[in-house]
Design a protein around this ligand. Structure first.
Ligand SMILES: Cc1cc2nc3c(=O)[nH]c(=O)nc-3n(C[C@H](O)[C@H](O)[C@H](O)COP(=O)(O)OP(=O)(O)OC[C@H]3O[C@@H](n4cnc5c(N)ncnc54)[C@H](O)[C@@H]3O)c2cc1C
Length: 417
């Protein structure tokens, strides 16, 4: 069996052994890459890695997706999901996004004019597609289960120890595996990030997002509308049919109050907030609350561990950027690790991780900064930013080339085109 020792964890000797995996095939547990966490970013990373030919482990509990969030997948994210053979499995559950309206609903002195972005102005059929996360996750899970090079551990990582040549992982049910590269897709309280000793700065925002879906009397015509209120955005994003998903950001106590309303009262409250642009509204069952925060790790990769998704960035839900960034993380680590393996090199080597950090840093930091500023400019505590915001929105509305640049940049950063 030739077990290799890695040290001791909590008095347990930590070693790579051979185990029967989910497929009941006897395989070695030394992988090229192990992805920890099976949210949308982790599943996309695992599929991308396995498709490059990397022997990949996915350590993630199989569980039904727990909330009713939807994701506005922008251009390149849809291309990635196409290349992973995921998009054809769920595209019928998605609605096209052709127009994005930003409406200043702050009622303040320095009110910005409405800005309307149309995909046709930059010769596209759609900016992207809005899909409920449950359908997206089902499609990702289905594709992941098909790939022979992807071994699933239906489990949680409990201990992660970085060694000189690989990383050893012990799961909650005492399975052991090791990998030359670990992809930390384990969300906000990332054990992988902790194992790599990567510090994170975290700022809690005094804002909570309430999410729910609804039906409405008038068609949305594939227009997404973002009302900017003094407490944060309230966003209506098209779903198939005469339905939309709503992300309503407000002060935490107000979000709790709204979440506790009867269906009838919440329907009336959201219709009022929408200025009845979609006519009469009826909320569907299911409401979820998300306290908002901004998290930024000092590094995106270190000691054989690369971070993707919310382990690498937490931002408020403005401009639909979070998972779009997470999918770019997944694509980048898979490309860099795949290239290293193809060249006979170690996918977890320092130079691969440095390249990953360099590739992700400008994208993640620039978007975190822009979204932080956009969010702050709405709040009462940041009055000096409001005239600046109003002027910025006016310029976007009035200057075609600037507006088109903003649209292209919102979809894909310049350096990736
Ligand atoms: C209200 C709201 C609306 C949003 N709208 C959009 C949008 O329109 N467009 C967009 O791009 N983004 C959007 N986002 C952001 C997007 O939802 C997140 O970026 C995305 O869900 C994060 O996915 P993830 O896979 O990184 O993390 P998660 O979904 O949190 O997945 C992490 C997974 O890791 C697992 N895990 C944790 N620890 C371990 C362990 N030790 N071992 C094994 N597994 C572990 C967890 O159980 C979980 O399943 C929105 C966010 C919010 C809050």
């Amino acid at each position: 069996m030739g077990a290799q020792k890695y040290g001791k964890i909590g008095g347990l000797e930590f070693a790579a052994v051979r185990v029967k995996c989910a497929s009941m095939t006897d395989v070695s547990t030394l992988f090229d890459a192990a992805v920890i966490g099976g949210g949308p970013a982790g599943l996309a990373a695992a599929i991308s890695l396995a498709q490059t030919g990397a022997r990949t482990a996915l350590v993630a509990r199989r569980a039904p997706y727990a909330d009713n969030r939807t994701t506005a997948l922008l251009g390149a994210s849809v291309d990635l999901l196409e290349s992973l053979d995921v998009w054809p499995r769920c595209q019928d559950k998605a609605a096209a996004l052709e127009v994005m309206r930003l409406v200043d609903d702050t009622g303040r002195l320095f009110r910005a004019p409405e800005v309307r972005f149309s995909c046709h102005e930059i010769a596209l059929d759609a900016f992207g597609y809005n899909i409920d996360n449950r359908s997206l996750m089902l499609a990702l899970e289905e594709r992941a289960a098909e790939l022979p090079g992807l071994v699933r551990f239906d489990d949680e990582a409990e201990n992660i120890v970085v060694g000189a040549d690989d990383v050893a992982i012990r799961t909650a049910s005492a399975q052991f595996l090791s990998a030359r590269l670990v992809v930390g897709a384990d969300g906000r309280h990332s054990l992988c990030r902790e194992a790599a000793g990567i510090e994170v700065t975290r700022r809690e925002l005094a804002q909570t997002a309430l999410t729910f879906n609804l039906g409405h009397a008038r068609p949305h015509r594939n227009v997404s509308t973002e009302f900017h209120t003094p407490h944060g955005p309230c966003v209506f994003v098209p779903l198939p049919g005469d339905r939309s998903s709503v992300v309503w950001v407000s002060a935490p106590a107000e979000a709790e109050r709204l979440a506790g309303l009867s269906d009838e009262d919440l329907s009336a409250a959201i219709e009022k907030q929408s200025h009845s642009i979609l006519g009469r509204m009826n909320v569907a069952p299911g409401r979820h609350l998300f306290p908002l925060a901004i998290e930024r790790p000092k590094s995106f990769a270190r000691d054989r561990i690369a971070l993707v998704g919310e382990a690498a960035h937490v931002i408020p839900p403005i401009g639909a950027q979070g998972l779009n960034l997470g999918l770019r993380d997944a694509a980048d680590i898979a490309r860099l690790a795949g290239d290293a393996i193809a060249a006979g090199q170690d996918p977890g080597a320092d130079d691969v991780l440095k390249r990953y950090d360099r590739a992700r840093r400008p994208d993640i930091l620039s978007r975190t900064f822009a979204i932080d500023i956009a969010n702050r400019s709405l709040l009462n505590d940041f009055l000096p930013l409001q005239p600046v915001r109003a002027v910025g929105m006016h310029l976007l509305g009035a200057i075609g080339p600037l507006r088109r640049f903003a649209m292209r940049e919102g979809l894909t950063p310049t350096w990736r085109r």
